[in-house]
Design a protein around this ligand. Sequence first.
Ligand code: NAP
Length: 241
Amino acid sequence: MSTEFKDRIIMVTGASDGIGQRVAAALGEAGASVIALGRNEDGLQQTLERIESFGGRCLCVPFDLMNFDDYGKLFLSLKDHIPHLDGLVHCAGSIDRCTPLQYVKTDVFRQMLDIHLTAPNMLTQIMLPLLKRAEAASIIFTTCDMIDEDQKNFHAYGFAKRALAYAAAMWQAEQPDKPYRFNTLNPGKVRTELFKRAFGGMHPKEVPAVSSVVPAYLYLLSDQSKDLRGQTIHARDLNIG
Ligand SMILES: NC(=O)c1ccc[n+]([C@@H]2O[C@H](COP(=O)([O-])OP(=O)(O)OC[C@H]3O[C@@H](n4cnc5c(N)ncnc54)[C@H](OP(=O)(O)O)[C@@H]3O)[C@@H](O)[C@H]2O)c1
């Protein structure tokens, strides 16, 4: 097992599938203790088994990020059991159907804003005391191509992702001299369940596998990227992986 992240404790949302699951597994392999959040317990179990097979450590926390009233309980359940959090990777996300703005239903619009914008910001807020206990911490918000491309029919998904860039800059501006870093990472299109739902017309073979974007997440969590603060980053521009 690699020890690059030894003694680091890193929380990953969306760790039961897709990008989050692969990032969680890679962190476990690199020596981090991973706190894996997701709703699907089978998916979380797969993440746990993968990490344990590398000799790593993982705490699986079944948690629905749409239940904002439970965020306080989540923090209380962790605060006396972990000394600090060195990283928080926001990978949870969902999209059921692409719809033009003129037809999108209010509840669907709100769900997209909540899971992609409200949840990562409020989870960051509630975990801040644990992040502040670390010597330094890296927080990654996952965005998408809509951060700088206008794509039709993605309604609040696109709005939320674009707003995350502003959010990361605000978090950083409010903590200017602190050793905490807030960046957004756009993985680009990768072959996951979310991709299949969002881009049903594209053949999966046309898009990269999830493993191609994992090094970008690890880089942003590592000390190598310590000067990147409040930035909007595209995985492909990092030239790693
Ligand atoms: N795949 C792409 O092409 C692509 C491109 C750009 C950006 N992204 C972004 O990358 C991130 C990861 O996407 P992905 O492609 O890896 O998707 P995915 O394979 O569908 O995985 C999504 C993850 O989010 C979790 N999740 C969804 N709703 C949740 C909720 N209410 N509470 C807790 N966890 C929840 C899911 O877990 P449970 O089902 O267990 O809850 C799952 O672990 C998303 O933010 C997405 O917008 C993806």
